[in-house]
Design a protein around this ligand. Structure first.
Ligand SMILES: Cc1cc2nc3c(=O)[nH]c(=O)nc-3n(C[C@H](O)[C@H](O)[C@H](O)COP(=O)(O)O)c2cc1C
Length: 201
């Protein structure tokens, strides 16, 4: 099976998770192409793939433009094959349960807005990459971490909260479902497509 793992990232963490997913796919004897939605190869051809795993990260409640563009452009290819969307955020690591519910809702809502109902949606905790934050983001993210996680974090280092076992477990599940002989009718949501280029992320 040849799978596409496509991601969008702002600070790098979703790229690391996508890379890990690609490695697991290859370890299990399949082929995986890893692409950043912002820098697709000029000869990119979605019809080459037997399945699609797409991921993006939440920043101020929204996902990256490049990911929206990718889904809008290739939606018909995506829904015709086994597919999965994974969302990377920090709300899922909050001590407040209500934030977890909201993180899942955000992840479910995003692809639907673009006319895609994924076969499966996963939400992973991401990272706080203080080394990448400037003067503005550093104190803001530190304050949010204190409020949501009850922890005083050291802004001179990075923190990764990702559950790598959960990331690894996604792959065999996806492959097993993809190997099922019959694919149900493609899951395409009624499309009330917003114009290209939504919120700036
Ligand atoms: C400026 C900023 C805004 C963020 N906004 C949210 C948010 O609204 N909800 C959330 O759950 N996480 C939020 N996060 C956490 C990111 O989703 C998390 O850091 C993730 O690992 C980023 O992934 P990336 O490195 O692939 O961009 C925010 C992070 C930053 C730096």
């Amino acid at each position: 099976m040849r799978l596409l793992v496509a991601f969008a990232t702002t600070d790098g963490m979703t790229g690391l998770i996508a890379e890990r997913i690609s490695e697991r796919i290859r370890l299990l004897g399949h082929s995986a192409d890893l692409v950043n939605c912002r820098t697709l190869p000029s000869d990119f051809d979605p019809s080459r793939y037997d399945g699609f795993i797409l991921g993006g990260s939440v920043h101020v409640g929204g996902y990256q433009h490049s990911l929206k563009r990718f889904i809008s452009r290739y939606r018909e290819n995506i829904v015709s094959k086994p597919n999965l969307f994974f969302s990377v955020c920090m709300a899922i690591a909050s001590k407040n349960e209500s934030e977890h519910v909201e993180a899942k809702r955000t992840a479910e809502r995003f692809p639907r807005m673009l006319g895609w109902i994924p076969d499966r949606v996963e939400v992973f905790a991401g990272a706080l990459m203080f080394s990448r934050y400037g003067m503005f983001r550093k104190p803001v993210m530190r304050a949010i971490a204190k409020k949501e996680m009850g922890e005083e974090l050291d802004p001179s280092r990075d923190y990764i909260f990702t559950d790598w076992e959960a990331v690894d477990a996604l792959v065999p599940r996806f492959l097993k479902r993809s190997a099922a002989p019959e694919r149900p009718v493609p899951s395409s949501a009624p499309t009330h497509l917003p114009p290209a280029g939504l919120s700036p992320v």
